[in-house]
Design a protein around this ligand. Structure first.
Ligand SMILES: [Zn+2]
Length: 71
């Protein structure tokens, strides 16, 4: 008789778990962006179209500055 397996997926990152509680914990640990502001534009960027960095505010009150990736 083949056996069935139930997997639980984190709806934020997609990682799967065999236990529902662990998937729920995974979902809770992610910081969800709410607003973005304080964009910083570089004067030495010729086009100066996109900001070099922005401040991202997350649900729950934390925030972090994100920088544009250089290639
Ligand atoms: Zn997750």
């Amino acid at each position: 008789m083949p056996r069935a397996e139930t997997r639980y997926y984190c709806n934020v990152c997609g990682k799967f778990y065999m236990k529902k509680e662990l998937a729920a914990e995974c979902e809770k640990k992610h910081l969800i962006p709410e607003t973005v502001n304080d964009a910083d534009y570089l004067m030495d960027d010729r086009k100066n179209q996109y900001p070099d960095s922005v401040l991202v505010h997350f649900r729950g009150g934390k925030s972090a500055r994100y920088y544009r990736k250089r290639k």
